[in-house]
Ligand binder design. Structure first.
Ligand code: PEP
Ligand code: MG
Length: 577
């Protein structure tokens, strides 16, 4: 029986609109864990190792097939899953449980994966928290193999919106893509892999919709479902008026995409002729092409840590050089800014011996790790110098606090260059710079800017360190506005110091992708903004409608304001319609 439901709101995870039939996708449950006899323990451990090997081989095959279908990013996820399936920490924990508790291999691997996943889920880094599901997914795959359960088949026989509590990455990729109209999940987050895959495949998705499954149960299987992956709005059993609204939204989304692409070649120039360079933030080399299509004039931030996560050993120099070269080639002459490794005490990188810390964000993070592991940074810098043969590369160090950190950066770079020269390997020139994300680095910028070519404001961390606001704590939303006058003052100091030293300055924190904040940045004097590629069109439009003198006047006034709320109202008021 279909009953009309009120609209619900989840988290927008992948833009686009879908409405129509839905289908609950779920796998057959695993049987409860069993026990093994004392004399069968060795055989059970052997079965575990065999299943882990087989699962890893399956995942590698899945990675190859997904790559062959033209999705290298997603293939990398399954490649990472193949590594998780052989992760000694998880497999050995399961083997130990078989030996000590005589639990069967399927139960042991599920428990071991759950424990590893719980550790990830407790981390402050949102992206790493999203990986908790990946570990569960791999544990589940091995357990299914051990329990003799069939593979996922015929879960989506007809085109429909896929509904689930959560969707594992491998299930997302193995479902027939041409039949997935949309994805609606009761749980999950926009940075989990189901959402990443949905965005990569262009499938509209809304996640974290509390009450979705109960609502659909009440409405019945024949009820329609409508989802808007841009706003996060979800309607169960939409009436005629709602259906029309969703169809109009779908048409507008199609037109919007065409408009964004058509405008991509327009300069981000204010009405009085001041040009702002718009750049892209990327996490993998494959994102460079789509960013260039949306008009990015290069990469302002390549977050390289994603090359280092979810594996047992660091990526080799060759592997890194390939990744950086691919990004450079996609921009054909526009610069790519590679950020050196930004991991630390809060990131579980098994091959980095960092002890547990009470305050990981104030701990051995990013460049601070060079004290213990200079080799990691020298290898990365060598890869950058090698890739620079293919085109312009800039390299910046994260979490720089003062001039001594800058000396460390230049020493590491000199060591990398000398090593390459000694090895007879060809290399190009790179511009060295730093991220300004610690207030102290801004305040003493004059002492080291002279030895650099550029600096980039990492406003995500600058905000957290200036305002004492943990960037991952949802309870502090009221304090998390980058337009805080204190942050603007630090940005103004950076602009002035960069001008005195004659070096380039950009902003690469999320602030740059917020059209209102972007106007404030231009008003304060920033002329390079780097952001997630989907934010480029809206920021470009805001700048093209703005008048520099008005932005400068608002920015000067904002520096004396008492809170971010006032500053935001100021810039909202002069934002072009
Ligand atoms: C920042 O801190 O603003 C930044 C761009 O770096 P990340 O978000 O990766 O810490
Ligand atoms: Mg940062």
């Amino acid at each position: 029986m279909t009953t009309l439901q009120a609209p619900m709101r989840g988290l927008a995870a992948s833009p686009g609109v879908a409405r129509g039939r839905w289908r609950r996708v779920a796998r057959l449950p695993l049987p409860p864990a069993g026990r093994v006899a004392a004399d069968a323990v060795d055989a059970e451990v052997a079965r575990l190792h065999e299943a882990a090997r087989a699962a890893s081989a399956d995942l590698r095959r899945l990675a190859t097939s997904v790559r062959d279908q033209g999705h290298p990013d997603e293939a990398a996820i399954f490649q990472a899953h193949a590594a998780i399936a052989r992760d000694p920490a998880i497999i050995e924990a399961a083997a130990a449980a078989i030996r000590t508790s005589q639990v069967d291999a399927a139960g042991a691997i599920v428990d071991a994966a759950r424990a590893a996943s719980a550790q990830l889920a407790a981390l402050p880094d949102e992206l790493l928290r999203g990986r908790a599901t990946d570990v569960l997914d791999v544990g589940d795959r091995i357990a299914r193999m051990l329990a003799g359960l069939p593979a996922d088949d015929d879960l989506l026989p007809v085109p429909a919106i896929v509904v689930a509590e959560d969707l594992t990455p491998s299930l997302t990729a193995t479902l027939p893509r041409d039949r997935i109209r949309g994805i609606a999940l009761e749980g999950s987050s926009p940075t989990a892999h189901a959402a990443i895959l949905a965005r990569a495949y262009g499938i509209p998705a809304v996640v974290g919709i509390r009450g979705l499954l109960a609502g659909l149960r009440a409405a019945g299987e024949d009820a329609e479902l409508a989802i808007d992956g841009t706003s996060g709005v979800v309607v169960i059993a939409p009436d005629e008026r709602e259906r029309r609204r969703f169809d109009l939204l779908a048409a507008a989304a199609r037109a919007g995409r065409e408009r964004d692409l058509a405008e991509a070649t327009l300069p981000a120039m204010t009405v009085d002729g001041t040009e702002v360079t718009l750049l892209a933030n990327i996490g993998t080399p494959d994102e460079a092409g789509p960013a260039a299509a949306l008009g990015a004039r290069g990469v302002g931030l390549f977050r390289t840590e994603f090359l280092f996560l979810e594996r047992a050993t660091p990526p080799s120099e060759d592997e890194q050089a390939d990744a950086y070269r691919t990004a450079v080639e996609a921009f054909g002459g526009d610069p790519v800014t590679v950020r050196l490794l930004d991991v630390g005490g809060d990131k579980p990188i098994p091959y980095l011996p960092i002890s547990a810390e009470d305050n990981p964000f104030l701990g051995v993070r990013a460049l601070r790790l060079a004290e213990q592991r200079p080799d990691l940074f020298v290898t990365q810098l060598r890869a950058c110098y090698r890739a620079a043969v293919a085109g312009p590369i800039k390299v910046m160090a994260p979490m720089v606090a003062d001039a001594r950190d800058v000396e460390r950066l230049t020493d590491l770079a000199a060591e990398a260059r000398a090593g390459l020269a000694g090895d007879g390997i060809a290399f190009g020139e790179i511009a060295l710079g730093v991220m300004l994300e610690i207030p102290s680095a801004v305040l003493v910028a004059d002492t080291y800017f002279g030895s650099l070519r550029f600096a980039s404001l990492g406003t995500n961390d600058l905000l957290q360190y200036t305002l004492a606001v943990d960037r991952g704590n949802p309870a502090l939303e009221r304090y998390r506005d980058s337009l805080h006058p204190a942050v603007l003052r630090l940005i103004r100091l950076s602009v002035e110091a960069a001008r005195r030293a004659g070096i380039e300055l950009s902003v690469c924190g999320e602030m740059a992708g917020d059209p209102v904040a972007a106007l404030a940045l231009v008003g304060v004097g920033v002329r390079q903004l780097s952001m997630a590629a989907p934010s480029l069109p809206a920021v470009r439009r805001a700048i093209r409608g703005a008048d520099l003198a008005a932005l400068q006047a608002a920015a000067n006034a904002a520096l004396s304001d008492g809170s971010a709320t006032v500053v935001r109202i100021r810039f909202e008021a002069i934002r072009p319609a």
